[in-house]
Design a binder for this molecule. Structure first.
Ligand code: ATP
Ligand code: MG
Length: 263
């Protein structure tokens, strides 16, 4: 299929360019067909935050980076969509935080694993965990393909970054005492609710932002980092994120922001 050229003056150029990256990823076997649907759902939620990174997402990104930097064994779980959208930022974040990249796919096919590994290598990755030739273990209480994890990666990790995750796996990871960090535009998804830290933002904006924060915070003391992590309240953050969406939509509808509950 020929790649569509989006004219520079198209009002939705950025969004269409990102969509093209996902379509291209699908053609290369990186993105699963279901990944196209997941992306569309993300686009809809992005509209509801005005397609911009807000202050809440900034706070969550900082806390997420602090959690990765202060972990003993941090890991970044990679699926098709995140690989198609921000491969270079994944590699850079991995290098800055010392969190290896582990391929973990819901719709596993050897061709997909290979396509994703190739894309990560092309983006500069030198070490990739989770491939079929690696030692593996299984996560109990998870029946999908994703229960198979790398013995040196997710299996032994204390902090797991799982961008664009499915709720079932988030739940399984929490049950085995992993500290879960996610990026999910839907503040009501099971993933968003079950994670320790949820960044409600588009990965195309939040991954580069996490790289920036990692550069800034990499030399901070363990105490400084821990303070940020323990000071983060995910339930409160999600509630505010949802409130921001309501206010944004109210603004669009011309009915003004929703009043804070006095009680
Ligand atoms: P859950 O299983 O957690 O309840 P779900 O079944 O509604 O969620 P999934 O298809 O499992 O959704 O996961 C995809 C999630 O990723 C959706 O919540 C979607 O909004 C979000 N998403 C898709 N694209 C992006 C993106 N580019 N950036 C951030 N989030 C995204
Ligand atoms: Mg799901």
């Amino acid at each position: 299929m020929t790649k569509i050229h989006v004219p520079a003056d198209h009002p939705r150029k950025d969004s269409l360019d990102i969509r093209e990256r996902i379509i291209e990823g699908h053609e290369k076997d990186i993105v699963a067909t279901a990944g196209l649907l997941a992306h569309g759902r993300g686009e809809a939620f992005d509209y509801m935050i005005g397609e911009q990174t807000n202050e809440l997402a900034h706070m969550a990104c900082r806390a997420a980076v602090a959690a990765l930097l202060s972990a003993k064994h941090p890991i970044i779980s990679v699926n098709g969509n995140i690989c198609a959208l921000v491969p270079r930022d994944l590699v850079e974040l991995s290098e800055l935080t010392g969190a290896p990249l582990e391929i973990n796919l819901f719709y596993y096919r050897a061709e997909r694993e290979e396509a994703i590994a190739t894309a990560l290598r092309n983006a500069g990755a030198t070490e990739i965990l989770g491939t079929h030739d690696r030692p593996s273990e299984t996560i109990p209480e998870l029946s999908s393909n994703r229960r198979k994890v790398d013995s040196e990666g997710i299996a032994k990790a204390d902090v797991v970054l799982v961008p664009l995750e499915d709720g079932d796996r988030t739940e399984a990871l929490r049950k085995i005492n992993k500290y879960v960090v996610t990026i999910d535009l839907n503040p009501m998804s099971r993933t968003a609710l079950l994670s320790n830290i949820t960044i409600v933002d588009n990965v195309v904006r939040s991954l580069p932002l996490m790289v920036e924060y990692a550069r800034e915070m990499r030399d901070w003391s363990a105490e400084q980092l821990r303070e940020i992590v323990t000071g983060f309240d995910n339930a409160a953050n999600l509630s505010k994120a949802l409130r921001m969406m309501i206010d944004y939509l109210s603004g669009q509808a011309g009915i003004g922001p929703v009043e804070e509950d006095e009680t």
